[in-house]
Design a protein around this ligand. Sequence first.
Ligand code: HPA
Ligand code: ZN
Length: 324
Amino acid sequence: MDEFIARLPKAELHLHIEGTLEPELAFQLADKNRMKLPFTSVEEMRAAFNFSDLQSFLDLYYASVSVVCSEEDFYELTLTYLKKAASQNVKHAEIFFDPQTHTARDIPMGTIVHGISAALKDGQSQLGISSKLILSFLRHLSAESAMETLEQAAPFRDHFIGVGLDSSELGHPPSQFVKVFDAARQQGYHVVCHAGEEGPPEYITEALDLLHAERIDHGVRCMEDPELVKRLAAEQIPLTVCPLSNVRLRVFKTMKEHTLKQMMDAGLLVTVNSDDPPYFGGYVNENFAAIQDAFDLSQNDLIKLARNSFEASFLTDKEKQTLI
Ligand code: HPA
Ligand code: ZN
């Protein structure tokens, strides 16, 4: 089955570029930039990837990415991910970046976007992997800060295709961000939103009705609300599920307790993604392998999930045809 998974062409739709920083690269960049990580070695850093909830992960994620500073650093971070993804037969990736994490430490928007974008371009020409970029607002910061970020990104609008909402979910519902998402939609951006990871099903409904999200990131807690499940199935709203992330952040105690198979059986448009792979113990193929093993999924189930990933992407029909 591992061979079969490795050979399946896949799209990855839920991946935070900041969350792809492997400890080895973190130490390399810390050395180069004469900065200190809160760990003395790669092994010590990896050993700290043991989380109790979303916030305990986010604290480490924000601290670690502080060693990524220059345009070259953003380039290297991104190209390293793309090489790994291409090696796993990921044909297309829709990648989040969190500009506020970097602008807060005085890194210009242009440095971030140009570094990532240059790598995406080289990923296409050198590795044959297609990609798109999604700007994600941090929901633990204010709606005003999100609006300011959208304005700062305006000169770089050709570099990204959509906006999203991530970071600490509980206490930060989508309803707080209506204005900035309205503005983004008016400017022609696609809209996605993390909802129903730790937050209640109501946050998913808010993301759909108030932000007009075209895709829900995670969304696993929808299963607590049968009416919502019916709606998500009827409207075929894609859910970008991240199984290893959910188990590592204790949304589910074990992979066997994950609701992914029930979600598939309910007719939901489920996709499988890696979120922040080094932190959660695997890239997209490891996520596929973990659910295959937990639910004894058939080859047809795996094909369906891989097909869903292209279906749920923002690729045009013509682009899809060239990739699958
Ligand atoms: N949830 C919320 N914020 C995040 C995540 C996530 O899974 N990954 C990186 N930032
Ligand atoms: Zn995420």
